[in-house]
Design a protein around this ligand. Sequence first.
Ligand SMILES: Cc1ncc(COP(=O)(O)O)c(C=O)c1O
Length: 398
Amino acid sequence: MSVVSGQIADYLGRASMIRRMFDAGIELKKIHGADKVCDFSLGNPDLPAPTAVQTRLYELAGQALEPNQFGYMPNAGFPWLREQLAEFLSDEQQIPLGAQNVIVTVGAAGGINVLLRAIMEPGDELLAFSPYFVEYGFYAENSGGRFRTIPAAPGFSPDIAGLEQAITPSVRALIINSPNNPTGVIYSHEELEGIAALLSRKSREYGRPIFLISDEPYRYLTYDGAQVPPVLPLYEYAVVVGSFSKTLGLAGERVGYLAFAPQMPDSDTLLNACILTNRILGFVNPPVIGQHLVSAALGSQVDVSVYAARRKAMAEVLDNAGIKYQMPKGAFYFFPEVPAGAGGDDKAFAQKLVEELVLVVPGSGFGCPGHFRMTFCMDETVIRRSADGFVRAVEAFR
Ligand SMILES: Cc1ncc(COP(=O)(O)O)c(C=O)c1O
């Protein structure tokens, strides 16, 4: 007699590799002490929020409480925040947006679920390039859809020919993520144009929109002056999913948004559908305090130079061990290759690193074996401390 559904029992049985590493980390820290373990498995943004967040918190705390101050709030987010976001995003996306093109959501995760619930018919497919953010598969299935991946082209760029092959009449959306988790790749304007042109042609051919969902929580975590090109002007069925989890270090406050291409036909219907699905999925409204904080800090960000220094340190550690990698242009991950001696076995290499008290996530967990993911959401000293462990793990496979 099972107390959970077959689907969830199945999910539980396939506990994610990130989760497994997390549990292994807890065990190792108990045995050896937290300061001995170098845990690069979890992408929990650790940098403090900008000072504007703290200033606003003090202001809010000093005000007298009013009736309904923490009551149920508009499902789509505060109208004043939607206005403010629309203005900010008009600049960022280089296309005029109004409050009617934006809703505030419970993080990017909430935003993706709200959107998929609004657009997917049972059995519809969500496509993504692999490696991909593992939660996408669950999100598609939450809405009765299916998830299918297309291997990225060399350099982890979008394989547009592969995408063309993969599109069938059941494909309802492609989700892209730039800067990318786990690779740190940023898609170029030309690549985005190529994707948009293809989706536009296929939508016409099948007589039904194929949405382009651009998941951009890392948009403002970029290095060496790299910029993320806007997608909204490129395609009428584009939707940007944004978040303040990384940019403002507010992951626990759960504030994100959906921004719809203003030129989308019948966009009012989709917006109203998303307001409804936000409610009926049980998110109801984004957090009150979180919305105030985001409003006060919009346009500022965590100190990205700290991430940049850690990125450099991690590159040095990998170079020193002779491990090959592509330098991330954004986000806070490396996705290096498993050393040749390990014969592409990412799980065996990750296990060897565990023996060195170094935790990484095998690439298989992101649909891309032969690699592993490391985050740089921890102090630079932890990154440097892992150097000898990496050298020994590579040696062990020589
Ligand atoms: C690619 C990607 N999308 C979405 C999310 C979810 O972000 P949020 O905290 O805004 O829900 C994450 C979080 O790590 C992510 O890496």
